[in-house]
Structure formats: structure tokens, C-alpha cells
Design a protein around this ligand. Structure first.
Ligand code: ATP
Ligand code: MG
Length: 359
């Protein structure tokens, strides 16, 4: 008989340091399961990696959807090894396929200043910065609709269209409002540019206002993307949940983690909120060929991704405990990896976080 709180996870380490940090994420998930009375079944897959491509001439087997489509979530490392496979081939042959086929229409990134992580923002301390960026992940500015007219002539015209659908806009807004409603501050900020982009962005604004009527306890505001990026740097304490279209969300979800220090610690979720398909949880960083194989990669981004996954699976207490354990360990210099000025190995840092998990 299956236990109700058994979670089936497809584990895909991918390339480079993905293979080094994923085991640390699994170690922490095992520790969280032992403490919070849930259980994991991990199935390991070697596809969605450049090694697999070199052996098979493709990034994934033809039946990849059947292999992982029934899992509760995908725990992903990093993909890319440009020396052997161009980045657009590895990325489009793996992550983009997951995102599309599994309708992962929310890209979620927490932005939180952790102890022991130097921030480029002077005077900011942990506790000041703690918000989420919710990015629309399937449509908007990244539509691939358009083309060139009169190419290579003086009359050349290049057009690329933005596509917003009511379903597509509303579903990501609903996710963001629901998230804001669950949080203490209950504050939502929408990124717009309706003073310059005069058709799609006013529509986005309209849908935000309409959705807000369903969430009277959430206070909301909106900023044009240009001033919003300035506020991220100057007033990061203003934000709680920030929702944005695909392009604006792409920019904000890199700017946010950059404001809170190193790329090595930030996680991302590619989420299908209805759980019709598996969602994918990964660190923001890539495969880092320059440090791969040295066992010095920071595993915190991968471990934090595990926390996001726990939250998505309904294990909120375990998720919060993992984030607390990350904070406890980062506060102690002896467990910091080289990117944070320490000397700990990937495994030493991961094990310290697993050991720090408590109720
Ligand atoms: P992507 O593959 O997502 O496009 P990228 O190839 O541009 O990303 P990364 O692979 O993330 O970049 O590496 C960028 C820099 O950050 C590299 O110098 C890398 O060593 C460093 N870095 C990335 N992740 C980590 C980590 N977990 N720990 C320490 N350093 C890291
Ligand atoms: Mg890369």
C-alpha cells in the first residue's frame, strides 16, 4: 500500500556541478523526511545531459514524457556543457521541453537575504529582504511570432509580437495573489509598462485590477518596470510578492537574487500549480564548467530548491525547516564554500545543513 505522504521524485542531475549538488539536495530531503514523517521515492535519470547527447545524439529519449510524467516533481541540477553541445541545443532539448510539455506556467524565485552572504546593497541585513518573484513562463513577449520583411535590404523590417491570453495572464496572476494571501504582509506588486507598451500592458493592468477584486485582503500596487528595477535596489524591503510578464519577470528574477549576493544560493521552481503535470525545481545557476569536478560548488541553491519542492508537495513545515537550516549553517563560517569566502567542500556544506534540520 502506498503511504499518503510518499512523494515520487524524478531526479535529473544533468551536467557539471549539477551532479555534485543534486546529491546534497537529496541528502537534505532524506533528513527532512525523517524529521517530518513523509517519505520520498527517488528515480534517477541520466538524460537531459550533454553526456546523454554524446551517446544518443539527442538530449532525451523519445519516451521521456512517459518516463517522468507520472512523478510528483522533478528535482533538476543543471544542463549545459558548451564544449561538446551548443547551449541552445542542450537547453531547448531539455528544460524548455519540460516547461512546455508539462505546462509549467509559473516561474517562482524567492529573493531573501541570508546570513553570511555578502550583498552588494549597502546597509542591508538579513530580514530586510524577503520576497518572491512570480514570472509568467509560457507566453507574453517570448512568443516567436514575427519575422523579417525585405531581409538584407535598406527596407528591412523586423517584427516580433507579444501574445497575452486571458487564460495565460489570469492563471499566473491567480497564483501570485494566492501566494500573497498566504503570506504575512499580503502585498502584491505588479510589473507593468503601460505608458510605453500601449496594448498588451494596459491589458495586463486590467487583469490585475480584476483579479484583485477576488482578494480584498491583499493590498496591491504596480510600477513601471524601469522604476521597479530601481526600487529593487533602493527599497528591496518594500516587496512581498512581485508578479510579472515573461520578459519583465526574466529580468526581475535575475536582479532579485543578484541583490542578495551569490548566484550559488538562489533556487527556482517551474511550476504547474494544479499538479496536472510534474513541476521542476532547480538552482538558478548553471553547470559551471569552470569549477566542475572540484567538489567546491555551493550546494545551497540546490538545497533551497528542495525546500521549494517540499512546499509545492504540501510539506510546508519541512520546507520552512530546510530554509531555517540553510540560514543556521550559512551563519557559521566553517561550512561556507569558496564562493562565500570559506573552505568547506560541497558535501561538508550539504551535510551540515542536513544535520541542522529540526522541528
Ligand atoms: P547558465 O548555464 O544558466 O546559462 P552560465 O553558464 O552563464 O549559466 P553558471 O554555470 O551559473 O553560468 O556559472 C557562472 C559563474 O558562477 C561561474 O564562474 C561559476 O563557477 C559560478 N557558479 C555557478 N554556480 C555556482 C555554485 N553553485 N557554487 C559556486 N560557484 C558557482
Ligand atoms: Mg551555462
Amino acid at each position: 500500500m502506498t503511504r499518503p505522504n510518499l512523494h515520487r521524485i524524478a531526479v535529473i542531475p544533468g551536467d557539471g556541478i549539477g551532479k555534485e549538488v543534486v546529491p546534497e539536495g537529496l541528502r537534505v530531503l532524506e533528513a527532512a523526511a525523517a524529521t517530518f514523517d513523509c517519505a520520498f521515492h527517488f528515480d534517477h535519470f541520466d538524460f537531459a545531459s550533454c553526456d546523454y547527447y554524446q551517446q544518443h545524439g539527442e538530449m532525451m529519449p523519445g519516451d521521456w514524457k512517459a518516463l517522468i510524467g507520472g512523478h510528483d516533481a522533478i528535482f533538476f541540477g543543471a544542463v549545459g556543457w558548451p564544449e561538446t553541445v551548443p547551449d541552445h541545443v542542450s537547453l531547448w532539448g531539455s528544460l524548455i521541453q519540460f516547461r512546455r510539455e508539462f505546462d509549467q506556467y509559473v516561474n517562482l524565485r524567492p529573493v531573501r537575504l541570508m546570513p553570511g552572504v555578502p550583498t552588494p546593497l549597502a546597509g542591508r541585513v538579513p530580514g530586510d529582504i524577503d520576497f518572491y518573484v512570480v514570472r509568467e513562463n509560457t507566453e507574453g513577449e517570448y512568443s516567436s511570432i514575427g519575422g523579417r520583411i525585405f531581409p538584407d535590404t535598406e527596407r528591412e523590417v523586423v517584427i516580433q509580437e507579444t501574445v497575452m491570453t486571458r487564460v495565460g495572464v489570469d492563471r499566473v496572476l491567480r497564483y501570485a495573489f494566492e501566494l500573497a494571501q498566504r503570506r504575512e504582509k499580503k502585498h502584491l506588486t505588479s510589473a507593468t509598462k503601460s505608458n510605453g507598451i500601449s496594448i498588451t500592458m494596459p491589458y495586463w493592468d486590467e487583469r490585475v485590477a480584476a483579479m484583485a477584486a477576488d482578494y480584498p485582503d491583499v493590498c496591491w500596487d504596480k510600477y513601471h518596470i524601469d522604476i521597479l528595477t530601481a526600487h529593487f535596489v533602493q527599497h528591496p524591503d518594500w516587496f512581498d510578492v512581485v508578479v510579472a510578464s515573461n520578459l519583465f519577470g526574466d529580468i526581475l528574477s535575475d536582479l532579485g537574487p543578484a541583490c542578495t549576493g551569490t548566484i550559488g544560493i538562489a533556487p527556482a521552481g517551474n511550476i504547474n500549480p494544479e499538479r496536472r503535470f510534474p513541476s521542476l525545481f532547480e538552482p538558478v545557476h548553471g553547470s559551471a564548467p569552470d569549477i566542475a569536478g572540484q567538489h567546491i560548488a555551493n550546494p545551497v541553491g540546490q538545497i533551497w530548491a528542495a525546500a521549494l519542492m517540499l512546499d509545492h508537495l504540501g510539506e510546508g513545515r519541512a520546507a520552512a525547516a530546510v530554509v531555517r537550516a540553510i540560514e543556521d549553517v550559512l551563519a557559521r563560517p566553517e561550512y561556507r564554500t569558496r564562493d562565500l569566502g570559506g573552505e568547506a567542500s560541497t558535501a561538508e556544506c550539504g551535510k551540515a545543513i542536513a544535520d541542522a534540520i529540526c522541528v
